[in-house]
Design a protein around this ligand. Structure first.
Ligand code: ADP
Ligand code: ZN
Ligand code: ZN
Length: 861
């Protein structure tokens, strides 16, 4: 946390010292503040308290020089240097944030916010206590104090409030909520601190008593009676979110003991803290305080598991990577090998080497909850050295972990994409496991790709990056081909297990049962498997009972009123229609909204419906279901464990099943609609389908018995499906790269998506047209500079559109977009920097529009 740079002295007399501060707001420019006289200049990476309008915020001092075009007397001074000699952000992380803001065209303050645990960015997460001098100015009332300044009225009120707080001090959050209000309470607090009357501290986690968390449960007050229905209508009528949270609690009322911790509710409902109290007051929801749930990955109690003797291929990979580590400096490698080929063992032994050299490591995984086994293996090998950052951590736990990591007490960090910002000192190795996984791309806020950020972090800081996958992304594959990544392959599994046989079942020949989507062929295979006492997995990339309710008289589909999504999902167990884009939930209608007919039928099939149909077709078969609706948090882990123990014959699930679970008893995998994703208007549709099929197929035959995969699909001739059936990654990559080259799509070209959204469709269209004219003009300037270009070739820079987004409306907001495509990065970067000042919010109220850029988009929906 410290840097070698000595702290610069204050400015010469009469000069104003200015610093550039990244303030956590969505405005796309840095803010310049002055350093008050007498305050040592804060170091880059330090958090400083700054005024912004009426607010007081926690910003971070940037390494960049401050803008000196602003007149000195216009500058506001920073209020406080919160970190002093130990800046919160180390130099490598600082520079990473600067790069992210630039490359992803993101507001600088938002980029910095990625790197700090939430609690460290809230000015009011501090605790204030009085100093002796503070007590004496209060107690003595003034005159007795020799010469010192006296508190002003507001300052006295602040000090009084602190004095009135119980022994451990006053949480600053309370200060800002005092009634009657103290104007600019935080500023006044800063003044009191500067005068030496009080101190503020980020509360010390160790110093806290037993930690508890609010838990919530749906009460017995059930639906159906008139009074309760009225109450619900009154409370949740206007708030979709509130209804949804009530639904969630209701659906889980009989699970475990029904108490759900706040931390779990806040993942799907960030506003849970305001949504819940009215429900509690109305007695629809009960609440209690319980000790914090212990971290499922905490402890590392299991004995360290000894390293395996590497196979020849593993030894060769380890030798190459070990040399790179010895040499120091940046190096990146692709470790390509099918599931079970021993990649994780290579990561473990490589990290052990880094530890011997005193270096730390970060391991990025797609989604911790889905890959508990990987985290467990690291914990088993390295015990106490491992910090697992997962989504169920409370803000407090996250801060604890962050501080342990920053102090070097947890040199190995495992986590999903945001773990790439972990403050690991002396970072030697970054592993990105399943590097092709789409979840490494953040799809909201700052749209960064954790794999690419990992490469940049290592490039700047001189570390080794290992990208592991059975089906590398084509970007990574192409770079390996060009020699930009060291290319390591694991071709044979250490415990030889043949790859499963894959049989394609053309749906045009074998008609699926409309109820369940199961063909007779798959049903027969299932029957045989179960009869033989083996297990099967059925995979469907959709959730819910069906994907929609369709009217058989007029053909209309019941759509979400706020989105243009093709359909809403009908959930049998809750008798509701739910929109998976915006969370809108409504009771399933009895009649068609367009023509009033009662002939509503279920169109499409979801996991829930397959589960029901299966129980009818194969009586006595024990079926479990796994998707985001059926499985959250602990329930997910317990469903997986139960299936692994053989307590069910068939597991029906969505793509959650494709991740690294290991089920020794599974010998059959059925994929109900292998070509489902191919129809999406997305340049990566083929790649995603190939990856998904390969990974799901990898679930078969991991135990003693050989496995078998049945893929049902209409488009059985599509290259993604044919190559997946043949386990032929190279064939697929070769075909797909040729196709991308023709179109100029990545990795042969570079994309950025400009999207405009807003409540007012006309405003959105007008703005996107202005941006498109600008972009098309810029593309023309570039074309004019390359007069010799082959007119047939992909242009150097092109702006395509504007067009309505494939999902034209989400949550009432209309969306339009422009696709920018460039043969080289340079012209695209230039155009983005020209566009940058025209992005962000525009207009006010209902006419407001938002324009943003998604650089290297993973999806164009
Ligand atoms: P991947 O990460 O590629 O899926 P793993 O590292 O998990 O592969 O290895 C698959 C299985 O093979 C694991 O059960 C692991 O313990 C075992 N294994 C890996 N390397 C060796 C080895 N050198 N000798 C024996 N078993 C090994
Ligand atoms: Zn109708
Ligand atoms: Zn919706």
């Amino acid at each position: 946390m410290t840097t070698d740079a000595a702290r610069a002295p204050g400015p010469a007399r009469g000069q104003v010292d200015r610093i550039s501060v990244a303030v956590p707001v969505a405005l796309d420019h840095p803010f310049t503040y002055s350093v008050p006289e007498g305050m040592p200049r804060p170091m880059p990476g330090s958090r400083v308290l700054v005024p912004l309008g009426p607010r007081t915020l926690v910003g971070v001092v940037r390494p960049a020089p401050a803008d000196d075009s602003v007149a000195s007397d216009k500058l506001r001074p920073i209020l406080e240097d919160l970190d002093g000699d130990a800046p919160a952000l180390s130099d490598p992380v600082l520079r990473l944030c600067e790069w992210i803001a630039e490359y992803y065209v993101a507001p600088i303050g938002e980029a910095y916010r990625l790197a700090l645990p939430g609690l460290l960015t809230h000015a009011d997460a501090r605790i204030a206590t009085l100093t002796d001098s503070g007590r004496s100015v209060l107690g003595a009332g003034g005159p007795l104090l020799a010469g010192g300044p006296l508190p002003t009225g507001p300052q006295r009120r602040v000090l009084d409030a602190i004095a009135a707080a119980p022994g451990s001090g006053l949480p600053v959050a309370k200060l800002t909520r005092l009634r009657p209000r103290i104007a600019s309470a935080l500023t006044v607090l800063g003044q009191c601190e500067a005068a030496g009357w009080c101190v503020t501290e980020w509360s010390d986690p160790e110093g806290e008593g037993p930690r508890t968390e609010s838990h919530f449960r749906r009460t017995e007050l059930l639906r159906g009676t008139g009074a309760v229905e009225d109450k619900i209508k009154e409370l949740v009528g206007r708030s979709k979110q509130r209804r949804a949270i009530l639904d969630l609690l209701e659906s889980r009322a009989d699970e475990d003991d029904g108490w759900i911790p706040m931390s779990e509710l806040r993942a799907p409902f960030p506003r849970a803290r305001t949504l819940l109290p009215p429900l509690v007051r109305a007695n629809l929801v009960a609440t209690c305080e319980r000790p914090l749930r212990t971290d499922p990955f905490e402890g590392g109690a299991s004995a360290p598991v000894e390293p395996q003797t590497p196979t020849d291929e593993q030894a060769a990979a380890l030798a190459t990577l070990g040399e790179a580590l010895e040499r120091g400096g940046f190096c990146s490698a692709l470790l390509q090998g099918v599931t079970g080929s021993g990649k994780t063992e290579v990561y473990l032994q490589l990290i052990a080497k880094a530890r011997e050299r005193g270096q730390g490591a970060i391991v990025l995984v797609p989604e911790i909850a889905l890959t508990p086994q990987l985290a467990e293996r690291f914990a088993a090998r390295f015990g106490e050295q491992v910090a697992v950052l997962h989504s169920a951590l409370t803000p407090r736990q996250r801060l604890d972990a962050w501080q342990l990591i920053a102090r070097g007490e947890r040199p190995i960090v495992i986590g999903a994409r945001s773990a790439i910002f972990a403050p690991v000192p002396n970072l030697g190795v970054v592993v990105v496991d399943e590097e092709h996984d789409p979840s490494f791309k953040q799809e909201e806020g700052v749209r960064y790709h954790a794999r690419d950020v990992a490469l940049v972090r290592a490039q700047r800081g001189g570390g080794l990056v290992v990208l592991g996958s059975a089906t590398p992304s084509l970007e990574t594959y192409a770079r390996a081909q060009q020699g930009k990544h060291v290319w390591l392959e694991l071709k044979t599994r250490p415990t030889p297990r043949p790859l499963p046989d894959v049989e394609l079942v053309p749906l045009s020949v074998h008609r699926p049962d409309p109820e369940s989507l199961l063909t007779a062929r798959l049903l027969e295979a299932l029957d045989k498997t179960v009869t033989a006492g083996e297990q099967a997995i059925l995979f469907l990339n959709r959730r819910g009972f069906t994907t929609s309710l369709v009217c058989t008289d007029c053909g209309s589909m019941q759509r979400c009123p706020d989105c243009s999504a093709p359909s809403m999902t009908y959930h049998l167990s809750r008798g509701r229609l739910m929109c998976h884009l915006c969370g809108h939930i409504e009771a399933a209608p009895k009649t068609c909204r367009d023509c009033g007919s009662e002939a509503l039928e279920h169109g499409g099939v979801g996991t829930e419906r397959v589960e029901v149909a299966l129980a009818n077709a194969l009586p006595g078969v024990r079926v479990l279901r796994l998707d985001r609706d059926a499985a959250r948090g602990r329930r997910l882990l317990s469903t997986l464990a139960s299936f692994r123990r053989g307590e069910a014959d068939v597991l029906v699930g969505t793509q959650m099943l494709s991740k690294g679970h290991d089920f020794p008893g599974v010998t059959l995998v059925g994929i109900l609609q292998g070509d489902h994703g191919l129809a999406l208007p997305d340049p990566r549709a083929g790649e995603r389908t190939f990856q998904l099929l390969t990974q799901v197929a990898g679930r078969a035959g991991r135990g003693e018995r050989p496995g078998r995969v049945l893929v049902q699909a209409w488009a059985v001739g599509h290259p993604a499906i044919v190559h997946a059936a043949e386990h032929d990654f190279t064939g697929f990559a070769t075909d797909e790269l040729a196709r991308r080259e023709q179109l100029g799509n990545p990795p042969h070209g570079h994309l950025a998506l400009v999207r405009v959204s807003g409540l007012d469709a006309a405003q959105v269209r007008a703005r996107v047209q202005r941006l498109a004219r600008f972009a098309i003009g810029a593309a023309k300037i570039v074309a004019d500079r390359h007069p010799d270009d082959d007119p047939e070739a992909v242009p150097m820079l092109a702006a395509l559109g504007p067009v309505p987004s494939p999902i034209e409306r989400i949550n009432r907001r209309t969306r339009h977009q422009i696709l920018l495509r460039a043969r080289e990065r340079g012209p695209l970067r230039w155009l983005l920097s020209e566009l940058r000042p025209h992005l962000g919010q525009d207009g006010t109220g209902a006419r407001q529009t938002l324009a943003m850029v998604d650089v290297d988009p993973q999806s164009l929906l």
